[in-house]
Design a protein around this ligand. Structure first.
Ligand SMILES: Cc1ncc(COP(=O)(O)O)c(C=O)c1O
Length: 481
């Protein structure tokens, strides 16, 4: 992102005004469009608000922009001549369309992380650079020449990767399948997108966990689905609740993340797993089993997925490389009955003609290499270590003020705050202190819950980050007393 050059002789406000002039002349801010609010732009560029006020005053003096009290600053329409030409009304285009924007907290997290690099990041649910297998992947790319045709590949996914996944799924997840039953997607996110868009219709009722990662995805609302909740306790959801929802609302699909559930870290216990399969097969109800975290199991023993026990073909199994290797490769997969793989492959071809073959090749090489297993062992050990550092820091900084269950796998710690707090105030105050997290309400819970990711910050940032969070919480609680 562009930032003013503090060493330059040109005053900072002038650099900003020139930069904005350039953006206006390039059509990035067409006539009539709004410029960023002064406070927000100041935050983004790391300057005082008064500098932005000066930069805007400079632009206003050229007639290039107009400011009106209460309605912000916009690019002037008249400056561009009295001819009848006018730009499209991009604002109204941006507000239309059937695809909803992200929830405000998630947009704010993305924005803050892009402008405040020093923030300690407990919000992004992914592995830090220290935990990613960058060295292993670099070595594999050096040792293996890229071979192959660079044309459109099979939209179902690169065949050698699907073959490598057949072995992986049997070895690590007890799932016996064939390459023709696997669809490679751009992360598991695209699997979920294809399912909601192609297999369900607006108005359909579906069940999700409460709280749930799915709740944070406006794609469910964009698809017009009606969401019904299945409460998650210490042992996961109660399968009988599915029967109740089916009777009441004729739910058409159940979305579950049964192993090291995001955000709570819960594992659905074995007894409930088999009860759930009995109930769903009795009702002919499909389950989407979202399983990105199993291989992070700290002791290496995660329960078997429904898919491995499912004799009726009720399960659409969704997996991913993101939480065990690299989210940036965007490799996800779905194991499904042939009719579904065919339907979704066809839709997928219409969307993007398939995923780039290069990351698919890299993933296939890594899965089949001798480096994969040691990477996993190291990852598990490091995740457990980080979990313990975070717990120790919370117990030291906030004794008696937070409650949590200790997870046996995954990247997150789900905390209930004992003092009553306002999510918004705590979020803003933590950012001021220098740490960012995801408020529980993003996943549909009441306020007063927090999801901390211990995989994303550097190890030596976890303690100081919790210290900052504790200061923010204390400040809020004292204020409201
Ligand atoms: C439970 C769950 N499912 C799916 C995803 C999507 O991950 P990706 O698209 O990177 O595979 C996430 C990401 O955080 C997740 O937590």
């Amino acid at each position: 992102m562009w930032k003013p050059d503090r060493l330059s002789k040109t005053p900072i406000y002038e650099q900003i005004s020139e930069h904005l002039q350039l953006k206006i002349s390039q059509g990035e801010y067409p006539p009539g469009s709004m410029l960023p609010a002064e406070r927000k732009l100041a935050e983004q560029l790391g300057v005082n608000r008064s500098t932005i006020v000066q930069a805007y005053a400079e632009l206003r003096s050229t007639g290039m922009i107009d400011s009106r009290t209460g309605s912000g600053t916009s690019v002037s329409l008249t400056k561009w001549g009295a001819n009848p030409k006018q730009p499209p009304d991009w604002g109204s285009y941006a507000d239309s369309g059937s695809f909803l924007p992200n929830v405000p907290f998630l947009r704010k997290i993305r924005e803050m992380l892009s402008v405040q690099e020093e923030l300690i990041d407990f919000a992004s649910g992914e592995l830090s650079a220290e935990l990613s297998p960058s060295q292993e992947i670099t070595a594999l790319m050096q040792e293996n020449q890229f071979s192959g045709y660079l044309g459109y590949d099979n939209p179902q996914g690169y065949k050698p990767l699907r073959e490598a996944l057949v072995t992986y799924l049997e070895k690590y997840r007890g799932i016996r399948t064939s390459e023709s039953s696997i669809l490679i997607t751009s992360g598991s996110q695209q699997s979920m997108f294809l399912i909601t868009k192609c297999l369900l219709s607006p108005g359909d009722a579906v069940a999700i966990e409460d709280p749930s990662y799915c709740y944070s995805l406006p794609m469910f609302q964009s698809a017009g689905l009606r969401l019904f909740r299945l409460a998650v306790d210490k042992h996961g959801i109660n399968p009988e609740d599915i029967r109740t929802l089916y009777k009441k609302h004729r739910i058409k699909m159940v979305f579950l993340n049964p192993t090291y559930h995001n955000p709570t870290g819960t594992v659905l216990d074995d007894q409930r797993r088999s009860q759930l399969l009995d109930i769903t097969s009795e009702l002919g109800l499909p389950i989407v089993e979202d399983d990105p975290f199993s291989l992070t199991s700290y002791d290496g023993i995660a329960p078997l997925p429904f898919k491995s026990m499912d004799r009726m073909g009720s399960t659409l199994y969704v997996g991913s490389f993101s939480k065990i290797a690299a989210s940036g490769l965007r490799i996800g997969w779905m194991v499904a009955p042939h009719t579904i793989v065919e339907r979704l492959t066809d839709a997928r071809q219409q969307m993007d003609f398939g995923l780039s073959v290069i990351p698919q090749q890299v993933a296939a090489l890594f899965l089949e290499s001798e480096r994969f297993e040691p990477h996993l062992e190291r990852l598990r050990m490091n995740l457990r270590f980080r979990r313990d550092i975070m717990i120790e820091a919370l117990q030291k900084e906030l004794p008696g003020l937070v409650q949590f269950n200790v997870p046996d796998g995954g990247l997150h710690l789900w905390c209930k705050l004992i003092p009553e707090v306002n999510d918004n105030k705590l979020f803003e105050s933590a950012i001021k202190q220098g740490a960012i997290f995801v408020p529980g309400s993003v996943y549909g819970s009441d306020s007063g819950f927090v999801r901390f990711t211990f995989a994303r910050p550097k190890v030596n940032e976890i303690g100081p980050g919790i210290d900052k969070f504790a200061k923010a919480l204390r400040e809020i609680v004292n204020l409201s007393l």
